[in-house]
Design a protein around this ligand. Structure first.
Ligand code: OOG
Ligand code: NI
Length: 461
């Protein structure tokens, strides 16, 4: 008898993403409110802007809009990171990109686990921004020891989840029943725990060193700290949050509003104060703030040239502001961003000819029907035989991530660590190298051109 067929990892990811969203909705009711607001704004945009609706329809993004979300976790040790990497691999998610947050005073470095092929992303774009605590950035040796001891004692995975990961690695996949069980078991790692693993005094010590250290070290597992839906109009969301009793952070992170959105714009609301029980307390008398709400708008993925221009303009705007954006200078920061980003072309055609963004090329109806056709890509585009649509940015931005972390960490988080970024250490902990996101976009663009070539029967393009 043959074995039951393996289920597509993308399907496991889709199931996991739904289960995670349901769990988070039950744990943080405000997340449900946010989803409603996002859904409402997205419907409005689709209704008011037929050209946006058409483009999203054509690229398939309309289908994934409602399921689009990312989460974030923070793990404490190399071995936790290595195992979480294996857990995500069961769902077809690989580590993409390296983000060093230490220059912004956040003692972590991070990667994003996500699907890498456009077809898999289309099935489920779910991704998880995953940070590893850098214990070496704790300057107090006793506290560093305490943190290391606490982390060494805990196991953030259920025994059954570990078994299923091993089984999947050995067999090359999971059948439907095992996949279902895997989703349930894997979810346990991301659950919130009211019971802390430290006394109130130990918590205070860890917290005084850095709030993030307490968040990672004082609990049984790396609770998911936010789950972010994707909106088509983040300015509308930012304006709409207060009307629902939600206070957003002072500024939207990332590029300014544009006709042709690029990269990623994000906003969030402050972490919630939640009741927790320390080991020396009877009930949940303590409190901890970790979980927050975030919303994002995604735009075109930029080439190295486009990204360099983005970084240059963002830095120029920030330099002119002279201090970190906050509620007092938010309006000025908005003006400075808009001013500097005038240097970034705001049409897809120009972004393409200047090599600033990645695109997906496809043959049009007209192109398929034509009996005679030009032979070069540019001429085929000019003749309307091939169209191009921007590839959506699937990753994160270090400056934005730092801003999101900081808005949830309070005032003492602005100092930067002198210690330099250490991607080699991160790779060692992960047990692999992170993938280069730019190569992934270039490969997707390439495949779209190959497909056009095959359809049109051309040798080169
Ligand atoms: C992650 C913060 C960064 C993003 O979308 O850039 C982030 C965290 O707070 O753990 O989520
Ligand atoms: Ni996020």
């Amino acid at each position: 008898m043959s074995k039951p067929a393996f289920i597509d990892p993308s399907e496991i990811r889709a199931q996991f993403s739904r289960a995670m969203s349901d769990m988070y909705k039950a744990e943080v009711p405000l997340y449900g409110d946010l989803l409603q607001l996002v859904e409402q704004v997205n419907q409005q945009v689709l209704q008011d802007s037929p050209e946006i609706a058409e483009q999203l329809q054509h690229s398939g993004e309309l289908e994934r809009l409602a399921m689009e979300r990312h989460g974030a976790i923070r793990v404490g040790t190399a071995s936790e990171l290595a195992t979480i990497s294996r857990l995500f691999a069961v769902m077809g998610m690989q580590p993409v990109g390296y983000y060093d947050l230490s220059p912004a005073g956040v003692p972590v470095h991070s990667t994003a686990f996500r699907a890498v092929h456009e077809a898999a992303l289309q099935h489920s774009p779910f991704r998880v921004f995953t940070s590893l605590l850098r214990l070496e950035l704790i300057d107090n040796p006793e506290l560093r020891d305490l943190a290391a001891r606490l982390l060494a004692k805990r196991n953030i995975f259920t025994p059954r989840a570990l078994q299923l990961i091993e089984q999947c690695e050995a067999d090359g996949g999971l059948n439907e029943a095992d996949a279902r069980e895997f989703v349930t078991q894997a979810l346990e790692t991301f659950r919130w725990h009211t019971q802390a693993t430290v006394s109130a005094a130990e918590y205070d010590q860890l917290h005084a060193q850095h709030r993030l250290i307490a968040d990672v070290v004082a609990f049984k597992g790396p609770h998911i700290n936010h789950l972010t839906p994707r909106t088509l109009d983040i300015d509308e969301i930012q304006a709409g949050m207060p009307t629902r009793g939600i206070t957003p952070k002072a500024v939207i992170e990332g590029p300014p509003r544009r006709r042709c959105p690029i990269l990623l714009r994000q906003t969030s609301f402050k972490a919630l104060q939640e009741k927790v029980a320390f080991t020396d307390q009877q009930g949940a008398d303590g409190s901890h703030t970790a979980r927050f709400g975030e919303i994002e708008q995604r735009g075109a993925a930029l080439t190295p040239k486009g990204r360099a221009l983005y970084d240059q303009l963002l830095n120029a705007a920030r330099a002119e502001l002279k201090e970190a954006p906050n509620e007092h200078n938010a309006a000025l920061y908005g003006e400075l961003l808009a001013k500097h980003f005038r240097a970034f072309p705001d049409s897809y055609a120009q972004m393409r000819t200047e090599g600033l963004a990645y695109f997906r090329y496809s043959v049009t109806e007209q192109g398929r029907a034509a009996s005679e056709r030009p032979q070069t890509l540019e001429a085929l585009i000019a003749a309307g035989h091939i169209r191009f649509d921007p590839l959506v940015y699937e990753d994160f931005l270090p400056v934005s991530a730092a801003g999101i972390f900081q808005s949830n960490l309070g005032d003492n988080a602005q100092a930067s660590y002198a210690i330099s970024s250490n991607q080699a250490d991160f790779h060692l902990a992960l047990g692999a190298e992170v993938l280069d996101e730019l190569q992934l976009y270039a490969a997707t663009e390439h495949r779209s051109l190959d497909e056009c070539r095959a359809i049109l029967g051309l040798a080169i393009l």
